[in-house]
Design a protein around this ligand. Sequence first.
Ligand SMILES: [Zn+2]
Length: 315
Amino acid sequence: MLNEPGGHAYLERGREVFRLREYDPFISDIAALMTGSREILYYVSTDGFDHAYVDAACRALGLGYRLLPVPFPNLSCSKTALLIGKRTRSLKEAESRFKHLAGPYEFGKLLGYPGCCVNFYADSGEQRMSAGKKQSDIIRRIYGNTPDKKAFPFFLNNVYNYFSRPNNAAQIPDISRQRRLFSLNPRIIPMALYVIAWHPCSYHCAKSLKAAREIFSFLTKHVPTFAVKLKEHLARPVIFLDKCDFVSLRGEGKDGKEVRYADVAPPFSLAIDLSKRIKKGNRVVIHHGTISIYAKSGSCEKIRQPKAILLNFRA
Ligand SMILES: [Zn+2]
């Protein structure tokens, strides 16, 4: 179970320092800050923040924080944002710059994300705005921008990371579908299942991979139980249809087209019918828009699904 009661013990030289929760602030982001992959963390919470927890966590880890007004007036959420930083100077700088943010490019750069990934995200964001219509999910665009599709490092699995993914033209239905997905997974927090907080420009992005390795090794050292569970959930092949429609598999992928598996794995998505059918087999092939599910007996069920892609994340 990922969401351990009382949080995950942060161990420093074998000594328990503090019990970190998985979210608000997210545990992988704390690691990114501590390893220097990021200078600043920024959150806008729907329900506000647990001030006592934020204060205690920042004191225990030697971090600074600020609560400030959200610079996006149209956002339907709490009007308070949380900034966390390691150094007082960068925190002060960020605080003044957040007041004058122009768009996703400046925002991503300020948060310390790799330039290639910020450009990729901002460019597709611009298209989305000007088209004014539903655009394919960022996961599909990253997959399209990844030349070698045979296998991806689990460090860059962002399937469950819903930050900055609701589509402008479909924001309300998107958010309500996400909530339904979360309710199917009461024992885990899908939103906390990531190593890097940003969306990579490709599933082999060298800059994202470098940061992810540093973040993950920090997690392994300081919050080992969380690191083990995180890897277990991320190092899995995923049949992806859309934001809230996918099937994660307890198994091993081959050539980016085929997976041999023992079972469907959490987090569970809204692709409930597909998931049930896949459960009946032990091998699946995704090719040219068809999902072929093979049972032990050798029988095969073919499902026409032009949206299906295989994201072969592995350890
Ligand atoms: Zn990149």
